[in-house]
Design a protein around this ligand. Structure first.
Ligand SMILES: *[C@@H]1O[C@H](CO)[C@@H](O)[C@H](O)[C@H]1NC(C)=O
Ligand SMILES: *[C@@H]1O[C@H](CO)[C@@H](O)[C@H](O)[C@H]1NC(C)=O
Ligand SMILES: *[C@@H]1O[C@H](CO)[C@@H](O)[C@H](O)[C@H]1NC(C)=O
Ligand SMILES: *[C@@H]1O[C@H](CO)[C@@H](O)[C@H](O)[C@H]1NC(C)=O
Ligand SMILES: *[C@@H]1O[C@H](CO)[C@@H](O)[C@H](O)[C@H]1NC(C)=O
Ligand SMILES: *[C@@H]1O[C@H](CO)[C@@H](O)[C@H](O)[C@H]1NC(C)=O
Ligand SMILES: *[C@@H]1O[C@H](CO)[C@@H](O)[C@H](O)[C@H]1NC(C)=O
Ligand SMILES: *[C@@H]1O[C@H](CO)[C@@H](O)[C@H](O)[C@H]1NC(C)=O
Ligand SMILES: *[C@@H]1O[C@H](CO)[C@@H](O)[C@H](O)[C@H]1NC(C)=O
Length: 412
C-alpha cells in the first residue's frame, strides 16, 4: 500500500507513451490486435485504453485508473500500485470474489456468467444471489461465503480482485468498483460486460455478447415502434411505501427509457414529481384520477413475500373498490418485475435483467402489445394471477464454468 509520486508519474509516463503509440498506429495497423480490444460506445462511467502489455480502465465511479498488467509482462512482478488515483491488477485474474450483499442485489453475477467466469469465482459476501449456478457452486463448497465485516479486509484481500457495487465501504487494494447500475439507460448498463472482459482478456467474447444484446434490443424496439397505433399505451411505474402510506411514480431514467423503447408512453413528468398519501382522501382522489388515464401499471412495491403480492394487495394499497374507470383493470395489465425470485426475496431483476435488457424490453413489449405468444422472463401480470418462479440450484442445467448463452427473443 504505497502511495508515491514516483509511481504516479511513471504511470502518467506510460499513458503518454501509449498515446503516442496509439497516434502512430492510427490508420496504419502495427501492434493493435484487432478483436482483443473493446471500445466503450454507450456507457459513460468507464473507459478502456490499451497499451502493449497493459490496459487502463478509467473508472468514473471511484475516480481511479485501474492499471491492468498482463501476467506475461515483466511489469507484473515488479509493479504494484495502490494510490488515491491508481490501482494495479495482474490479469487475466486467477481468481476473484464478489460483494453480493446489498438491499438491491449487489454485484450482478450474470455478467460473469455470460463470460464463463464462474470457474474462478471463489467467494461471495452473501448467498442471496439469483443465479442457479452460483447457488450450486455455493452448495458444493466451491464458492464460499466471506465475512464482509472483517475489519482488516484480510479475508477479502486474498483474491486477485474483489468486485463491489456499493462504494460506501472501506476498500482494500484489490477492490474494483463494478457498477452497471450507475448508468442511465438499459444498454449503457449492459455494456459493463466490457469492463469485465478487460480484466480477463475476454474482450472478443464481451464485444460479441454486447453487440448481440444491443442488436436484439434495437430490433425489438423497432418492432414495438411498428406496433404503435395512433395513441401509445400510457404506463406508470409506481411504488408504495407502506411506512408513510405514500405512493410515488418512478423518476429513474432507465425505467422511463424502457417504456419509450417498448412503444409506450410514460405518465407526464409533472406527475412524476409528486408523492401521494394514500391515507389522505384528497391525495387518493388525485392518484385515482391519474390512474384513470393509465393503460398499464408496473407496481414496484417491495414485498417480503413476493409470492403473496397479488392484485388484491395492489388494490388494497391504492384504495380502489370501484374499478370502472381503470383501463389497466379491464384490460388486465398490472405488472411486477419479481417473477424470478431467489431465497424468498432476492430478485433476478437486479441481476440477469441488467446484463440482458433485451429480455426486459421483450417483456414490456408483450405487456403493452399482448400476443399471448411470448413467455415473459422477469415480469408477471398480477391482474392475471401470475405467480413467481423460485430460483434454486437445481435449475443450473449447464457446466457452470462455461459461458451462459444469452437469450434472444424472436424479432421482426
Ligand atoms: C498468465 O495467465 C494465463 C491464463 O490464466 C496462464 O495460462 C499463464 O500460465 C499465466 N502466465 C504467467 C507467467 O503467470
Ligand atoms: C488467488 O490468486 C492469487 C494471485 O492473484 C493468489 O495469490 C491466491 O493464493 C489465490 N487465492 C485463492 C484462494 O485461490
Ligand atoms: C418495421 O416496419 C418496417 C416498415 O414497415 C419494416 O421494414 C421493418 O422490418 C419492421 N421492423 C421490425 C423489427 O418489425
Ligand atoms: C419506516 O420503516 C423503517 C424500516 O423499514 C423504520 O426504520 C422507520 O422507523 C419507519 N418509519 C416510520 C415513520 O414508521
Ligand atoms: C398521510 O396522511 C395521514 C392522514 O392525513 C397522516 O396522518 C400522515 O402523517 C400522512 N403521512 C405523511 C407521510 O405525510
Ligand atoms: C398474504 O397477504 C395478505 C394481505 O394481502 C395477508 O393477510 C396474508 O397473511 C399473507 N399471507 C402470507 C402467507 O403471508
Ligand atoms: C384494451 O384492450 C383492447 C383489446 O386488446 C384494446 O382494443 C383497447 O385499446 C385496450 N384499451 C386500452 C385503454 O388499452
Ligand atoms: C416459492 O417459495 C415460496 C416460499 O418462499 C412458496 O410460498 C411458494 O409457494 C413457492 N412458489 C413456487 C411456484 O414454487
Ligand atoms: C406465435 O409464435 C409462432 C412461433 O414463433 C408464430 O409462428 C406465430 O405466428 C405467432 N402467433 C402470433 C399470433 O403472433
Amino acid at each position: 500500500m504505497s502511495s508515491s509520486h514516483g509511481s504516479r508519474s511513471l504511470v502518467l509516463l506510460m499513458l503518454a507513451l501509449w498515446c503516442m503509440l496509439a497516434r502512430e498506429s492510427n490508420g496504419a495497423s502495427n501492434n493493435v490486435r484487432v478483436g482483443s480490444i473493446s471500445k466503450v460506445d454507450d456507457a459513460e462511467n468507464f473507459h478502456i485504453y490499451y497499451g502493449q502489455t497493459f490496459k487502463v480502465i478509467k473508472n468514473a465511479i471511484d475516480g481511479k485508473s485501474y492499471l491492468l498488467i498482463q501476467n506475461t509482462s515483466r511489469m507484473a512482478v515488479r509493479t504494484k500500485y495502490c494510490t488515491l488515483r491508481i490501482k494495479s491488477f495482474v490479469i487475466p485474474l486467477l481468481n476473484y470474489s464478489l460483494d453480493t450483499q446489498s438491499s438491491q442485489g449487489g454485484v450482478p453475477v450474470s455478467f460473469f456468467e455470460l463470460l464463463g467466469l464462474l470457474g474462478s469465482l471463489k467467494g461471495i459476501t452473501s448467498d442471496a444471489v439469483a443465479s442457479p449456478c452460483v447457488l450450486k457452486l455455493f452448495e458444493a463448497g466451491e464458492v464460499v461465503k466471506l465475512d464482509k465485516g472483517d475489519q482488516q479486509g484480510q479475508v477479502l484481500s486474498q483474491f486477485a480482485a474483489h468486485f463491489i457495487s456499493n462504494t460506501d465501504q472501506p476498500q482494500t487494494c484489490n477492490f474494483a468498483n463494478f457498477f452497471p447500475l450507475s448508468e442511465s439507460t438499459p444498454l449503457q448498463r449492459a455494456e459493463w460486460i466490457k469492463f469485465l472482459g478487460a480484466f480477463t482478456n475476454l474482450e472478443t467474447k464481451a464485444n460479441q455478447v454486447y453487440d448481440a444484446v444491443k442488436a436484439s434490443y434495437t430490433c425489438l424496439s423497432q418492432m414495438a415502434a411498428n406496433k404503435t397505433k395512433s395513441f401509445k399505451p400510457i404506463v406508470a411505474w409506481m411504488e408504495y411505501e407502506k411506512n408513510g402510506s405514500m405512493w410515488s411514480f418512478t423518476k429513474e431514467s432507465y425505467k422511463l427509457k424502457f417504456i419509450e423503447d417498448a412503444g409506450g408512453e410514460n405518465i407526464d413528468k409533472s406527475i412524476n414529481k409528486v408523492t401521494y398519501n394514500a391515507s389522505d382522501p384528497d391525495d387518493l382522489e388525485a392518484i385515482h384520477a391519474i390512474l384513470c388515464t393509465v393503460d398499464a401499471v408496473i407496481d414496484e412495491t417491495r414485498s417480503s413475500d413476493p409470492q403473496n403480492y397479488t392484485q388484491t394487495t395492489f388494490l388494497e394499497n391504492i384504495g380502489v373498490e370501484d374499478n370502472s374507470c381503470f383501463a389497466f383493470l379491464t384490460n388486465q395489465s398490472i405488472w411486477r418485475y419479481d417473477k424470478r425470485v431467489s431465497q424468498g426475496t432476492t430478485l433476478d431483476w437486479y441481476d440477469g435483467a441488467i446484463s440482458q435488457p433485451n429480455l426486459v424490453l421483450a417483456d414490456i413489449v408483450e405487456a403493452l402489445f399482448p400476443t399471448g405468444n411470448y413467455t415473459t422472463s422477469y415480469f408477471r401480470n398480477i391482474a392475471k394471477g401470475e405467480g413467481v418462479i423460485n430460483i434454486s440450484s437445481d435449475m443450473c442445467d449447464r457446466d457452470a464454468s462455461l459461458p451462459l448463452v444469452p437469450i434472444f427473443p424472436a424479432c421482426g
